[in-house]
Design a protein around this ligand. Structure first.
Ligand code: NAD
Ligand code: TDX
Length: 384
């Protein structure tokens, strides 16, 4: 019998780290073409890169290119025959149907959404349109297409709806983390619209038999995140020497996951998950906002030292209305059933992310020199 010695085991574990291991219902041979919605956004662009470059999948990238969509985030795929971009609005049902007819995808990964809580406070209408009406139109088009498939192609087809932990509402300190069966209790227009879309996706499975998978993920961070979300806001405010705005007392807690780990988890669920199931995805990485902001300031003090420590610029500002205190994900089901767990640690992921923003100034400079200039969003008085 070949028994592995302890030191060999550690070497093996270091070198060979499968992130999604399972011998179950893999159908990657059936997965040639995937329709990804929102592929020009933050998570979408990281996912498209993974699918095209690492998984050998042909991607039809459907995106409206709102303020949050940016093809420069996929410049490294220019000319790649496995990446086809289609500019389209989810809410245009006829266009959705024609995209399915023309491109004949083997699966859909639906990420397109209005995604920023603060913008949902200022203007909820777009969130209802895209996240609710747009998801409805996409589901209808997918169902019509699915009904026309036959045999193995029909058996393998999946509609993967990508959602958030915010649908579960807020936890108090000491509460157990959200599981797949935690009741929905959304508080912001954003999370209410995502909860609606989750219900629609599940209803299209239960009522019409569309093979739907749902994932609910915690806060993502990493390269190509639009600088309206906390982490890029802090990095860019530091680099510009501006005040760093921390809402309320900075006591709110989020569970942070490196975006490439999320993309791997999505591929894992698509290829190995069971239709009708929900999988929670998280980083096992809860941090209070103030602790996180101070860590980012500390990393920048090392990598791009200023005249004084960056943390001196932290300012506690008026809180976000309806601000959820704490999110935390119990990701044990996806680990147990599909073998996925995050690779990146908090320390390595943050350092990489800060370094990415330092190395990719042209990417974010073009954004913050346009309509959006790192201004405060999400104050109730702006609501319209
Ligand atoms: P993002 O705002 O960076 O990107 C959204 C993309 O959707 C953009 O490219 C935008 O142009 C596109 N889009 C918006 N409206 C559209 C429409 N009507 N038709 C077609 N395309 C449209 O968002 P993100 O942070 O990458 O999030 C992607 C998905 O993941 C969302 O569904 C979000 O709810 C979910 N999610 C995000 C996080 C996070 O921390 N960012 C965590 C969990 C879940
Ligand atoms: O300037 C800021 N100061 C601040 O204290 C900003 C932009 C945020 N915050 C706080 C609010 C939150 O407690 O930081 C925390 C994180 O805020 P966001 O980056 O806006 O993320 P959040 O509201 O938690 O939502 C994110 O995670 C879940 C994504 O935007 C959603 O799309 C995802 O579903």
């Amino acid at each position: 019998m070949n028994i592995m010695k302890k030191q060999d085991f550690f070497f093996f574990a270091l070198v060979f780290q499968p992130q999604c291991t399972h011998n179950g219902s893999m159908h990657s041979e059936d997965l040639r073409t995937v329709l990804v919605t929102g592929g020009a956004g933050f998570i979408g662009s990281n996912l498209v890169r993974l699918l095209v470059k690492e998984k050998g999948i042909r991607v039809i990238n459907l995106d409206k290119l709102t303020y949050a969509g940016n093809l420069e985030s996929l410049a490294d795929l220019d000319g790649d025959p496995n990446h086809l971009f289609v500019q389209a609005d989810l809410c245009d049902g006829e266009q959705m149907r024609s995209i399915f007819r023309e491109h004949q995808p083997d699966a859909v990964m639906h990420l397109a959404a209005e995604s920023h809580v603060d913008r949902s406070i200022d203007g909820p209408g777009e969130f209802i349109q895209t996240n609710v009406v747009g998801t409805f139109q996409l589901l209808q088009a997918a169902l019509e297409y699915y009904r026309g498939l036959e045999g193995a192609r029909k058996n393998a087809f999946r509609f993967h709806h990508i959602s958030t932990d915010e649908v579960f509402g807020t936890l108090q300190m000491g509460d157990p983390a959200f599981t797949e069966t935690t009741p929905y209790d959304p508080h912001s227009p954003y999370s209410a619209s995502k909860a609606s879309s989750d219900h629609l996706a599940r209803a299209w499975m239960d009522t019409y038999g569309l093979p739907v998978l749902v994932t609910n993920c915690s806060n993502n961070y990493g390269p190509y995140q639009f600088p309206e979300k906390l982490i890029p806001v802090v990095i860019l405010k530091c680099l510009r020497g501006d005040v760093i705005p921390v809402y309320g007392k900075g006591e709110n807690i989020r569970d942070w996951l490196y975006v490439v780990d999320h993309a791997e988890a999505l591929h894992c669920v698509l290829t190995r998950g069971s239709p009708g199931e929900t999988y929670n995805i998280g980083g096992n990485n809860e941090r209070q906002n103030i602790e996180l902001v101070q860590s980012l300031c500390g990393i920048l003090d090392e990598l791009r030292p200023g005249a004084t420590p960056y943390a001196e610029n932290i300012s506690f500002v008026t809180d976000r209305p309806g601000h959820d205190l704490r999110y935390a994900i119990d990701a044990s089901k996806i680990k147990r059933e599909l073998g996925w767990e995050p690779k990146e640690t908090f320390a390595s992921g943050f350092r990489k992310t800060v370094q990415w923003y330092l190395d990719n100034e042209a990417w974010w400079q073009r954004i913050v020199s346009g309509d959006y200039q790192l201004t405060r969003l999400g104050q109730e008085s702006n609501a319209g």
